[in-house]
Design a protein around this ligand. Structure first.
Ligand SMILES: [Zn+2]
Length: 434
């Protein structure tokens, strides 16, 4: 099993992910994507968008603003309930999530339950605690030049509400047939009390969410269909084998009160099994909340039957960073130092290099081949540093599937050596055939 430290170190060494604001000693719960990380992340997001939006006729894209009318969060319930139990150590004033200090606690932990366990502060060892209070995790900000309550707004804690507030606009402008979906990819913010586990629990993250609107009578079939399509997406597009993903039917008492079915997709991360994504049946909860808060009807009129109803919703929701880490840890062969990324996600498809850097005839020919491949595939890198062994090692670590080397034989017969990342096998082939 790959350990998390080995992945964190690979990410920093090869330019995938750095600690946020690293030069100032970092900033808790923030991570910056480097050149390779940006490419891999973009490939993951673009593949998701292509699979769910571009290749289908029934899912529409939207890109809503991060700062939304605060009534959004009143309606959705986030203002009242998007909170975690916070407890402060009286000795060192360290603040912690109460439910994470001992096993068997959940976010509804009471003061009585907490004090009975005689929990010691993880920082200083004291067992003197203040009262547990609920801490709202939305990041606050002020809109406009006035700092009062009137200008209070939030950075969105999820992308889903940016979809719901545009539901009516999309119905009125695109006339979709039901069932149909609306997809959004973008940033979301959660002021986690104790961010941890690398990018699994960070304060700023990227989400990919779809709200799929259905007739209330058909939700079960549509749910099963989305579940099936999600499995195919994870396996075929992200290279995550079905057997590595554990589908958990969330029990009624653990589901959100409005949800009649939720499936958590659990992935075995280096530091244990964690949620990769969720598929939830949200009924008409969100659209009804919007009707109440806005006073506007969210009803949909069926074009064929004329029936008018508020659609129900099924929501596949993925955190990009969670998926990124799943892809990375599934691909990382720590022992051999090879990142076995699926070809469609690898930042570079090819690395081109001359066998020797100081032979102009090799370098010139290699430049020619590089241009040929770059024009054709775009994601091609050049490497003439160190010896050939070191170049292979570097390309293995960043997941480049094929290394193309121009040597003296190339000058004779115009073939190049192509080395396969996963097998180390080498073949000779004409560059035009790549
Ligand atoms: Zn303490």
């Amino acid at each position: 099993m790959t350990n998390l430290d080995s992945i964190v170190s690979l990410c920093k060494r090869r330019g995938f992910i750095f600690p946020g604001s690293d030069v100032y000693g970092g900033f808790a719960g923030t991570w910056d994507f480097g050149p390779l990380g940006v490419m891999l992340k973009k490939n993951i997001i673009d593949t998701w968008w292509n699979y769910w939006v571009e290749k289908r006729d029934d899912i529409y894209g939207v890109d809503a603003d991060i700062i939304m009318n605060p009534r959004t969060w009143l309606a959705s319930g986030h203002t009242a309930t998007f909170a975690d139990p916070l407890v402060e150590c009286k000795a060192c004033h360290g603040r912690f999530r109460a439910d994470k200090l001992a096993s068997g606690l959940n976010e509804h932990v009471t003061n009585d339950e907490f004090s009975r366990l005689n929990i010691k502060c993880p920082t200083c060892g004291s067992n003197a605690w203040g009262d547990i209070r609920m801490f709202n995790m939305m990041f606050k900000t002020h809109v406009g030049p006035v700092d009062g309550d009137e200008s209070l707004a939030y950075l969105r804690p999820e992308t889903a509400q940016g979809i719901f507030v545009n539901y009516k606009n999309i119905v009125d402008s695109c006339y979709p047939d039901i069932p149909f979906g609306i997809a959004q990819q973008g940033k979301a913010f959660r002021n986690e009390i104790s961010p941890r586990d690398f990018i699994l629990r960070d304060r700023e993250c990227n989400q990919m969410e779809i709200e799929y609107f259905v007739h209330p009578d058909t939700w079960e079939t549509e749910f099963d269909q989305l579940l099936k399509e999600t499995d195919i997406f994870l396996e075929k597009e992200m290279g995550l084998p079905v057997e590595k993903i554990n589908h958990i039917e969330v029990a009624a008492e653990d589901r959100a009160h409005y949800s009649k079915r939720t499936v958590d997709f659990m992935f075995n991360y280096p530091n244990g099994e964690e949620e990769l994504m969720g598929l939830a049946y949200r009924t008409d909860f969100d659209l009804k909340n919007i009707e109440r808060e806005s006073g506007k009807s969210m009803a949909y009129r069926d074009k064929v039957t004329g029936e008018t109803f508020v659609p129900h919703v099924i929501e596949p929701s993925i955190g990009v960073e969670r998926l990124f880490l799943a892809v990375l840890s599934n691909s990382w062969d720590e022992e051999k130092g090879i990142l076995r990324l699926p070809d469609n996600l690898a930042p570079y498809k090819f690395c081109v290099s001359p066998l020797l850097k100081n032979k102009p005839e090799l370098v010139d020919k290699a430049r020619e081949v590089y241009k040929l491949l770059k024009d054709k595939y775009t994601f091609v890198t050049w490497d003439d540093s160190g010896n050939i062994g070191k170049r292979y090692k570097k390309q293995d670590e960043i997941g480049t599937p094929k290394c193309v080397v121009i040597d003296f034989d190339t000058l004779e017969d115009d073939t190049v050596t192509v080395r396969n990342r996963d097998t180390s096998e080498q073949i000779r082939i004409k560059p035009e055939e790549l």
